[in-house]
Design a protein around this ligand. Structure first.
Ligand code: PEP
Length: 256
């Protein structure tokens, strides 16, 4: 059984001191549970204070929102996988649609990022998803499949054991218009089929596939009621401790 995973993508929100205060609040609201995993992905500048506020052996894991594929060098403004590992990150989000749309990231870059993360023991959370134009043209599956093959091609089954896929329809991100559970399940099934065809059924049934796009305390229960949806990548609702704690609580009971 795949353990539900909830990832909070803070995007460009919270200073280092705001991060520490937020985490102290969240820790009081969320009990540890073996039934779900939780990752916090603050901006780079708040990772260290987040780590200090979490303390040693915290229930929460840390993730970053991006990574460069090289380890060091003349890449102004970039951050590498060893730097993130040194700060205590275990996860990294790659290929978020905002990175693709606003910063020109293409599948070839994302593939290098996935590989760099894996080389250094970071677990990549790979985002894929179609635009509204693609959905309305009936191209959802072909777009998502092309993103998967462009970023995962050549990875071994062993590599894939630590990869998580986040299906995030672009039209649902930050819009308040979440996909229905049925829409998400249809795409999740096609992703799992793609993994089975490209690798094997063991890999396909083990990989976690999250849904992301306007997840809230109101819709999380329905999403997690499907055994095709293994958790959520949460943007806006993860910034509010009450909302995020409620989302986590649903995940902790969904497959308990
Ligand atoms: C995201 O940033 O990945 C996201 C899903 O944002 P939101 O939950 O705000 O739609």
């Amino acid at each position: 059984m795949r353990r539900p995973l909830i990832v909070g993508n803070w995007k460009m929100n919270k200073t280092a001191s705001e991060a520490a205060a937020f985490i102290r609040d969240l820790r009081e609201r969320v009990p540890a549970s073996p039934h779900a995993e939780v990752v916090l992905a603050p901006p780079f500048t708040a990772i260290e204070s987040a780590r200090n506020a979490l303390g040693p052996s915290s229930y929460f894991s840390l993730g970053a929102q991006n990574v460069h594929w090289e380890t060091h060098g003349a890449f102004t403004g970039e951050v590498s996988a060893p730097m993130l590992c040194d700060l205590g990150c275990r996860y990294v989000i790659v290929g978020h649609s905002e990175r693709r749309a606003l910063f020109g990231e293409r599948d070839e870059h994302i593939q290098m990022k996935v590989r760099a993360a894996l080389r250094h023991g970071l677990s990549p959370i790979l985002c894929v998803g179609e635009s509204l134009v693609h959905r309305e043209a009936g191209r959802t599956e072909s777009v998502v499949t092309a993103q998967l093959s462009g970023t995962l091609e050549g990875l071994t089954t062993q590599d894939l054991a630590t990869v998580t896929i986040a299906y995030e329809p672009v039209w649902a991100i930050g819009t308040g218009r979440a996909a229905t559970t049925e829409q998400a399940v249809t795409v999740h099934r096609s992703i799992r089929l793609f993994m089975e065809t490209g690798w094997d059924s063991k890999t396909a049934s083990a990989i976690r596939i999250l849904y992301g796009g306007s997840v809230t305390p109101q819709n999380i229960e329905s999403l997690l009621a499907s055994d095709s949806i293994d958790g959520a990548l949460v943007g806006g609702a993860c910034l509010d401790p009450d909302s995020f704690a409620t989302i986590i609580e649903f995940a902790q009971t969904a497959r308990a």
